[in-house]
Design a protein around this ligand. Structure first.
Ligand code: G6P
Length: 606
């Protein structure tokens, strides 16, 4: 959620910490702060608002230092103001924290009895006091003792004024990665903040601690036992996490989709055999054939991809699928029979609800497979096997290319499972041939961006919007509505088109825009009926139709066409105009598209 970065052994520490924060801003952005070591003291600056406010406040000439930590916050305890911002200081200890200290009230009370006074409303301030309270000349010892008293989740970076050039990091539940440099070392909640310095990283696991100095990195567990960690190489480039000429990351990521879905299926399809190989899946044909039931666990946009997966796998592979919000799954008593496969879908691989749901599924004996984007993320590491979507870094908070990437992997999985059951080699070949045409087809939808912007101009000041779809396009209606509300703050609902008459139809009047996904498939006639119901009540109809369509086009106020494609691949196309519509509406309203209010890219608190 929040972003952490720390660096030691760097003569430009303050400038690079702020640069690191900019790369993490998508994790949270209601306030930011920096602390550096200077002549045996700690200098701290914090500001409410975006990183630029902090950057404006920092005089780099006066903040000369080679060691410091910094933080961008997404508020959990206490409103977003300067006092509640990190870093938090007590005496000579300074600390930044991502996560939630659940027993902070009890700890706070105990510390107050010992004479500590608190100025913020945060749980984090308790942690820094606790470390100071435990300090006896050795920072890592003090951190270790403090963390043993803590319940909850944390990724932290801590410094002490008397221990120059040293940063202590620790992780439980919130990601932390060490970047290994030459004469310097870095610590961050995300590789995005490390990439500019080094591509050599160590991913910390829960209960790990790292002590970094310019000379080296020491990794130990919370009981002070040395842990051997592998140094891994990041494959993403700095270019990939920059805007590349687009005004916003979101637009760049929308336009990357022809390439990212290609990267998702390239090397995994076998056109001549009409089959698919998913190296990361590590299941034998025997195990694949014996999957009796699939449970998909995810949150947000990944959940919508999961719903598409449900339609695909049930229809084309004949395996029953349930899709559950990870947050609900983890707190009930889910039944996991032998033969249940759990698919865990997460772009970041760090969403805490999804991670905990996955752990619960494992505890209950399920075979767990991950579909993630971020290599080395916690979910990727904790699943026995899985597939990366290879979409490259997704920075825009509203997920776009990750959705089509996840949908691509679910399509591949469907072919793989279906080929072992009902899909013939010939049918497999045809599907793969069509899949290979999808990047070009997506390009032709992207070409309509300017026309979609014109539609956006008409509806940008509306307060509500309804999205309708049927069958495999119902999850696309949900996703379209989510995109609009996330970045435009327009109230939007996605509904199965036929359900409209059980409630939402009451809302339809000449001021209600209704986006209908009405592509040519088996439900076309039915959805035409639903469009007529909207028309009869003078609602405004924006329809997504297959090229050549006449009937629904004649009923619509605005039409966006998508190329013909087989029904199972439609979601890869039909979602694109909805992403663009939400994007253009938000930009026209003057909203900060990449960093919408109250949201964060990786939600590492429950
Ligand atoms: C946040 C993001 C969404 C994302 C969801 C799940 O809410 O803002 O865009 O879909 O988390 O994230 P994940 O990384 O698990 O896919």
């Amino acid at each position: 959620m929040c972003g952490i970065v720390g660096i030691t052994g760097d003569p430009q520490a303050a400038a690079n910490l702020i640069e690191g924060l900019r790369r993490l801003e998508y994790r949270g952005y209601d306030s930011a702060g920096i602390a550096v070591q200077q002549d045996g003291a700690i200098v701290t600056i914090k500001r409410k608002g975006k990183i630029q406010k902090l950057a404006d406040a920092v005089d780099l000439d006066r903040m000369q230092s080679s060691c410091g930590i910094a933080h961008t916050r997404w508020a959990t305890h206490g409103e977003p103001n300067q006092i509640n911002s990190h870093p938090h200081v007590d005496g000579k200890v300074v600390l930044v924290h991502n996560g939630i200290i659940e027993n902070f009230q009890v700890l706070k009370h105990a510390l107050e009895e010992k004479g500590h006074t608190f100025i913020s409303e945060t749980d984090t301030e308790v942690l820094v006091h606790l470390v100071n309270d435990q300090y006896n000349g050795n920072l890592e010892e003090a951190v270790r003792r403090a963390l043993k008293l803590v319940e909850g989740t944390y990724g932290i970076a801590v410094m002490h004024a008397d221990e120059p050039d040293k940063i202590v990091g620790a992780r439980r539940g919130s990601p932390l990665v060490v970047g290994v440099g030459d004469g310097f070392n870095v610590l961050a909640s995300d590789v995005a903040a490390i990439l500019a310095h080094t591509k050599q990283v160590i991913y910390l696991d829960d209960w790990d601690m790292a002590v970094i100095t310019p000379e080296g990195v020491q990794t130990v567990d919370i009981d002070a036992q040395e842990v051997d960690k592998e140094i891994q190489e990041i494959t993403w480039d700095l270019d990939q996490i920059q805007k590349g000429g687009y005004p916003h990351f979101m637009l760049k990521e929308i336009f990357e989709q022809p390439d990212t879905i290609l990267d998702g299926f390239r090397g995994r399809v076998m056109p001549e055999a009409g089959d698919v190989k998913l190296g990361g899946l590590q299941l034998t044909d025997w195990e694949l054939v014996n999957i009796r039931r699939i449970i998909i666990l995810a949150c947000g946009t990944s959940y919508h991809a999961g719903l598409v997966g449900e339609y695909l796998i049930e229809e084309y592979a004949g395996i029953p699928v349930e899709v559950e919000y990870a947050s609900e799954f983890r707190y009930r008593s889910p039944i996991i029979d032998p033969g249940t496969l759990c698919l865990v879908i997460s772009q970041s691989g760090e969403t805490i609800d999804t991670l905990e749901a996955m752990r619960e599924a494992k505890r209950r004996g399920a075979k767990v497979v991950g579909i993630t984007n971020v290599v080395g993320s916690t979910i990727a590491r904790e699943t026995e096997c899985g597939m990366y979507i290879h979409a490259g870094p997704e920075i825009g908070v509203a997920s776009t290319k990750a959705f089509t990437g996840q949908t691509t992997i679910l399509t591949l999985l469907t072919i793989l499972l279906g080929r072992r059951k009902t899909i013939s080699a010939e049918a497999g070949m045809e599907i793969i041939e069509d899949l290979q045409k999808m990047p070009d087809k997506i390009r032709s939808v992207l070409d309509q961006s300017a026309a979609i912007k014109e539609i956006a101009k008409v509806y940008k000041d509306h307060h509500n919007c309804l999205y309708l779809g049927r069958g495999i396009n119902f999850p696309i209606a949900l996703e379209g509505a989510l995109k609009l509300k996330e970045i435009s703050y327009i109230h939007a609902e996605g509904y199965p088109a036929a359900e409209m008459k059980h409630g939402p139809i009451a809302l339809i009047d000449p001021n209600m825009p209704v986006v209908v996904i009405s592509t040519r498939d088996s439900s076309y006639e039915k959805i035409r009926g639903n469009v007529q119901e909207v028309k009869a009540r003078k609602g405004k109809i924006i329809s997504i139709v297959t090229e050549g369509d006449e009937e629904i086009t004649a009923l619509s106020d605005h039409v966006i066409t998508i190329p013909r494609c087989r029904a199972m691949l439609t979601p890869l196309l039909s979602v694109i105009p909805l992403q663009l519509l939400a994007y253009h509406i938000a930009v026209l309203r003057g909203e900060d598209v990449d960093q919408p209010r109250n949201l964060a890219k990786a939600v590492t608190v429950e």
